[in-house]
Design a protein around this ligand. Structure first.
Ligand code: PEP
Ligand code: MN
Length: 338
């Protein structure tokens, strides 16, 4: 159920509702908007008639059932889209955020160099995998904690928040000690114990759609994180598996408007993994921004031919700088600022 408070409802009125929800053995989730507070009450669906009775309490404007299975991720009853900051960098709220960097952290000098280059080009956050989900056990698996330390040095040098993947629940604490944003990769989108664990972390989550997940399943994965109390989830469309073989995956551009009508969460697009081909990255980035994306994730490598992973889809730094310029009119047309 969603309990919409009147504009100007007092703190005491909100607290009274929260206590009542807890007495009924539901979990309250408070969503503070600019104008009004909305409270989500989640728990056993069968008792929802009892929650309806909150309608008569002071400060309540309306009580309505959330019809979607993703109760907290749903846009229903949420007048505003989610916006938050990552170490001072805004996500959502009309801002277009660009996360850039190599697929993998390969060494200290590599990540420091690329961090400076993408920062100069206007990127907002630095990405780089230290724990890599590789299809083959014989491929480079990432530098682990040493890679995280290099990322922290790159953050100190540039001020860019760092986004990096965590692959299993036991490593969440370790990765969260270094990272500003925890990435959940496409292959782990339905790893429910991992989702629950990152739902308890105090860092925002960058959740990638699986190559075989429907948008409803994707939102249910976000719901796992939200239901554990972590309200800061960024969704990322990164291509799905179709019969088409010309590209690594198929970028589902319609995911952007569909997700934005279904959920209040920020929606990003990763054309690098979607296409698997650096030549397609620029145009797909522009398409994503035109479709209304809140941000992009782009792989950039100083020497793609020598990259330890995903070289074929990585832009060289000058091409990334050009992309940032090419995005300007598209961002303006979509009502986004950098
Ligand atoms: C990545 O971001 O490098 C990655 C492995 O992405 P995905 O999980 O989308 O394949
Ligand atoms: Mn990659």
């Amino acid at each position: 159920m969603i309990i919409v408070m009147k504009a100007g409802a007092t703190r005491e009125e909100v607290d009274a509702i929260l206590s009542r929800i807890q007495e009924m053995s539901y979990r309250p989730h408070v969503i503070e908007g600019v104008e009004r507070t909305v409270i989500g009450a989640v728990g056993d669906e069968r008792g929802k008639d009892r929650l309806q009775a909150l309608d008569v309490m002071a400060g309540v404007e309306s009580v309505m059932p959330i019809l979607k299975p993703y109760k907290l991720a749903s846009s229903q009853g949420r007048p505003e889209r989610s916006a938050f900051t990552v170490n001072g960098t805004a996500v959502g709220g009309g801002k277009l955020s660009v996360i850039a960097g190599p697929c993998s952290v390969e060494g200290r000098d590599q990540i420091l160099e690329i961090a400076r280059l993408i920062k100069d080009a206007g990127a907002n956050m630095l990405r780089g995998g230290a724990f890599k989900p590789r299809t083959s056990p014989y491929s480079f698996q990432g530098m682990g904690e040493e890679g995280l330390k290099h990322l922290v040095e790159a953050r100190e040098a540039t001020g860019l928040p760092i986004v990096t993947e965590v692959m299993n629940p036991e490593e969440v604490e370790l990765v969260a000690r270094y990272a500003d944003v925890l990435q959940i990769g496409a292959r782990n989108v339905q790893n429910f114990s991992l989702l629950k664990r990152v739902g308890q972390a105090s860092k925002p989550i960058f959740l990638k759609r699986g190559m075989m997940t429907t948008l409803e399943e994707f939102l249910m994965s976000a719901e796992y994180v939200l239901s554990e109390g972590n309200a800061h989830v960024i969704l990322c469309e990164r291509g799905i598996r179709t019969f088409e073989t010309a590209t690594r995956n198929t970028l589902d551009i319609s995911a952007v408007p569909v997700l934005q009508s279904e959920t209040h969460l920020p929606v990003f697009v990763d054309p690098s993994h979607a296409s698997g081909n650096w030549r397609l990255v620029n145009v797909l980035c522009r398409a994503a921004v035109a479709a209304g994306a809140d941000g992009l994730m782009v792989e950039v490598h100083a020497n793609p031919a020598e990259a330890m992973s995903d070289g074929a889809q990585s832009l060289k730094p000058p091409k990334f700088a050009q992309l940032m310029k090419d995005l300007i009119p598209f961002a303006a047309a979509a009502g986004r600022s950098f």
